[in-house]
Design a binder for this molecule. Structure first.
Ligand code: URA
Length: 207
């Protein structure tokens, strides 16, 4: 599996803000937004462009646009905080949704919502989920996508645990990973260590 860790200095700085337990919800959301921009830049590197004629104020020239923009699929709820940034770089992108709850005892993903186009054949997909922990939710989400014909899926994650990276690689699914960091490990509660805590609670408050 292709794994890219974005080690840009600005990504490291935003990640530090997100990790810091003193960061409040608003500052956490702002750092997540900035970091998502950097992750999406990396995720779209190498995408093909289509050309079309434009006029500058001075001359005629060729313009470029993405030939096949990805569909964005945030995993609810923590992935919601990545949508706005991804859309600002990809204004033409369609957005689907997958709702995945985590059973706090078994740590297994429980899907509760799926809103996706009927077919994803020939369409790149970016799954937006800040945390790749056990990999269970991500594997399950990518299976939902491949069941609709997707064969070019990118998991865009702020942080990953080695266990999650392994689960995704071992799944044999057509997926690659773009992340800000691969951390040390999972703890007994399946939280990423050192991590940043619960990415949903850090954005929206514990409810
Ligand atoms: N989900 C989170 O929000 N945080 C973790 O550390 C693991 C899963």
């Amino acid at each position: 599996m292709d794994v890219r860790v974005v080690e840009h200095p600005l990504a490291l700085a935003r990640l530090t803000t997100m990790r810091d337990a003193r960061t409040d919800n608003a500052a956490f959301r702002a750092a997540l937004r900035d970091l998502t921009l950097l992750l999406v830049v990396e995720a779209t590197r190498g995408f093909g462009t289509a050309t079309f004629p434009i006029h500058t104020p001075v001359a005629r020239t060729e313009g470029h646009r993405l030939a096949n923009p990805p569909i964005l699929v945030p995993v609810l709820r923590a992935g919601l905080g990545m949508v706005d940034a991804a859309q600002s770089l990809l204004p033409e992108a369609q957005v689907g949704f997958v709702g995945m709850a985590r059973d706090e005892e078994t740590h297994l993903p429980t899907p509760y919502m799926e809103s996706l186009p009927p077919t994803l054949v020939g369409r790149p997909v970016f799954v937006l989920d800040p945390m790749l922990a056990t990999g269970g939710s991500m594997v399950h989400t990518v299976e939902l996508l491949t069941a609709r014909g997707a064969d070019d899926v990118t998991a865009v994650c702020v942080l990953a645990a080695p266990e999650g990276v392994r689960a995704l690689a071992d799944s044999g699914l057509p997926v690659r990973l773009v992340t800000g960091s691969i951390d040390e490990r999972l703890n007994d509660s399946a939280y990423i260590v050192p991590g940043l805590g619960d990415a949903g609670d850090r954005q929206f408050g514990a409810v």
